[in-house]
Design a protein around this ligand. Sequence first.
Ligand SMILES: *[C@@H]1O[C@H](CO)[C@@H](O)[C@H](O)[C@H]1NC(C)=O
Length: 161
Amino acid sequence: MLGMPSSTLSTLCFATLALCQSPAQPYTPIPDPIPPGLTFLYTSYALCANPLYTTQGPNGLRTAIPVLGGNVTGPRISGHFRDLGADWGTTDIQTGIFSADTRYNLLTDDGANVFLRTSGPTQENGDLHLRILFETGDKRYYWLNNVVGMGTFSFSFSGSD
Ligand SMILES: *[C@@H]1O[C@H](CO)[C@@H](O)[C@H](O)[C@H]1NC(C)=O
């Protein structure tokens, strides 16, 4: 999974604010925004159970898939997923495209609890592209709260469950 700073977004927001505050002032061009860089955080495996149910509601087909565990290995974070979380992803009935909508928990090897939320659609190759939000109160990982995370997710099926 990858993280990136939000420098492009903050630059664009500042320009909008300046225009709103001074409507009579001529527009001053700003330099082209700098594309955000990517920093590799970790590779993870999530162990999921079979879906508990799928039901059609106002947001399409909602499926509940328990997250039972898994591991996280990387240069910036390592640990394992707790048996506490799920993907409540939806399938768009107009396109058949499944989008993840997860909440789950990571316990780092050095004892920090991190709450993760991810969302994002299946791509043509079957992988999912995920937006990732991290939340933790642990001072050692507090920087995670300000990461704009991205990830790619592929499926791997096990015969046992
Ligand atoms: C993480 O889990 C996967 C799938 O079970 C396994 O293949 C891999 O060896 C594990 N990695 C570590 C560092 O334990």
